[in-house]
Design a protein. Structure first.
Length: 244
């Protein structure tokens, strides 16, 4: 059916005059100039309790993790939260987490829907798409805290160690993945102690620095003290997060 005339047997192509085209283009440009929240996220602060300072957000994560470790997690009303979040979102923390199935940030910090903006990739490293995702969270959703969350016995870091130290060859796209972790392994090689543990720690610290210095958006928000970037390591045995 033609979208213009309604005739089921015809299909017209719209023809715009120069004036009409400029009007259409101008309207599109005006739409792109709208404030970020209006353009990307409908609604205003659906969870007012998530409007926090960076330090308050970190304290809330720490307390949530303490509840998780102790096994006294809150009972979350997911039905009510779904209704509140239909109009938008304002997560209080962004988490760069490993894709490891044993790590679930929403559980580890005893959080509800709409609380955490999570980006996951094996090896929890910051690359362009992940940085862009956090730019969106910070600029348009008002997220005040970013966390790089590594974990014990990370298989991606271990694979990077085998590649760098032992010259192992990996199949498929895995070599591209471990290249992002190579700098952490190289930084850990001269250190005493367990190489895997040291490389996991270095990987978290390097990616904290990557997010802090990612220009033009994240670096400016950090400089203005509107956003804080921290790192942590999730302990598999008890779920405790060691903050770096």
């Amino acid at each position: 059916m033609c979208a213009i005339c309604g005739n089921p047997s015809l299909l017209h192509t719209p023809i715009y005059s120069r004036r009409g085209f400029l009007k259409l283009a101008g309207g599109a440009a005006a739409g792109m100039a709208l404030p970020g929240r209006a353009l990307f996220a409908a609604g205003e602060t659906p969870k007012p309790q998530n409007v926090l300072t960076p330090d308050e957000a970190l304290d809330r994560l720490k307390k949530g993790n303490e509840r998780y470790v102790a096994g006294v997690m809150k009972r979350h009303d997911f039905r009510t939260e779904r209704e509140a979040l239909v109009g938008g979102q304002n997560p209080f923390a962004g988490i760069l987490s490993c894709a490891d199935s044993r790590i679930a940030p929403e559980y580890a910090f005893d959080s509800g829907r709409g609380d955490l903006f999570v980006v996951r990739v094996a090896g929890n490293f910051a690359e362009e798409d992940g940085i862009a995702s956090f730019e969106y969270a910070v600029k348009f959703l008002g997220t005040p805290l970013l966390v790089v969350l590594g974990h014990e016995k990370c298989g991606a870091v271990d694979a990077a160690i085998k590649t760098v130290k032992d010259g192992a060859e990996l199949p498929g796209h895995l070599p591209q993945l471990v290249e992002h972790i190579r700098p952490a392994v190289q930084a850990a090689l001269p250190q005493s102690g367990d190489l895997l543990e040291n490389a996991i720690r270095e990987n978290v610290l390097l990616n904290v620095e990557s997010l802090k210095t990612a220009s033009p958006i994240l670096s400016q928000y950090v400089a203005d003290n509107k956003v804080r970037v921290v790192g942590g390591i999730y302990k598999l045995a008890d779920g405790h997060v060691e903050w770096l």
